[in-house]
Design a protein around this ligand. Structure first.
Ligand code: HPA
Length: 281
């Protein structure tokens, strides 16, 4: 088979890209994904263009209440970024390759750097709700790999290395800015579970034994897809609750959103500081 024959997945990406290019010529240098409860960060941005996911034919449209689905193109600290206000989750029922479509799209629109954010449950007993955790590494075995299927040769190799998914220099920047802002930044390993149910206490005990620090329902598949196509990735989790079974209380989505809301100023300052520094590299 000739190399010039594009996979269906890649054709879909090109088609989505074209639809966005009909609306804006903006070229972002970095992409940011806003996690649950962190969507307000979009207000920090000098917006040049907006494209709602629902305007893009073929795009997986988010269904969760409180997830406003749109790309925002504009400037933070004078740096050109594209922001996903509302992400696509695997638990909504999409194929995992559709879940990472927006990430690939942002890469194809020009973003070389990806900043992932999320709300997560704390598995590490030293964490507290309200902590911010820099993702040092991840465990992906609880969800399908987004690269499964025909490899998109246009984006990357069949068997990509994952020994340093979270870019060292971006991690240094996050640590430096957190220290300047006197944030007690936690660091650790994040696992993506499929959701939408929260984990059981037994699962969380198992995760702790495996060296996992935080658990959520996103991010890992996005980091893999971005890494595959050569984007430099970093991630920050907002620990919104202690994971199941740690405290003698049930988990609920409202608590997650409220906790994210409480730390959003600190979180937003950190992300803004990081972007301000990234623009120097
Ligand atoms: N588990 C999974 N996802 C989450 C959690 C959790 O405890 N908190 C926020 N997102």
């Amino acid at each position: 088979m000739s190399n010039t024959i594009k996979s269906e997945g890649y054709k879909k990406l090109l088609d989505c890209k074209e639809q966005i290019r009909e609306k804006t010529a903006f070229i972002p240098k970095a992409a940011i994904v806003l996690g649950s409860g962190l969507g307000g960060y979009a207000e920090q941005m000098k917006v040049e263009a907006e494209v709602a996911y629902s305007e893009i034919e073929g795009f997986p449209v988010s269904t969760v209440a409180g997830h406003d689905g749109r790309f925002l193109f504009g400037y933070i600290e004078g740096f050109p970024v594209v922001m996903m206000k509302g992400r696509v989750h695997y638990y909504e029922g999409y194929d995992i390759s559709d879940v990472v479509l927006p990430i690939r799209l942002m890469g194809m629109l020009g973003a070389k750097i990806l900043i992932l954010t999320n709300a997560a449950g704390g598995v590490n007993l030293d964490f507290q709700p309200g902590d911010l955790m820099m993702i040092e590494d991840h465990i992906s075995i609880a969800v399908p790999n987004p690269l499964r299927g025909k490899n998109m040769e246009e984006l990357g190799v069949r068997f990509p290395d994952m020994s340093q998914v979270y870019d060292r220099s971006l991690c240094h920047i996050i640590e430096k800015i957190a220290s300047e802002q006197q944030i007690d930044l936690k660091k650790g390993v994040y696992i993506q579970c499929s959701g939408p149910s929260y984990e059981t206490p037994a699962e969380i005990r198992m995760f702790r034994k495996l060296g996992i620090d935080a658990v959520g329902m996103s991010t890992v598949c996005e980091a893999i897809a971005a890494n595959h196509m050569g984007m430099r990735v970093c991630g920050i989790s907002c620990i919104t609750n202690m994971a199941a079974g740690i405290l003698d209380q049930p988990l609920n989505h409202k608590e997650v959103q409220e906790a994210a809301d409480r730390v959003k100023d600190q979180f937003e300052q950190l992300v803004t500081g990081v972007i301000g520094k990234i623009k120097e590299i």
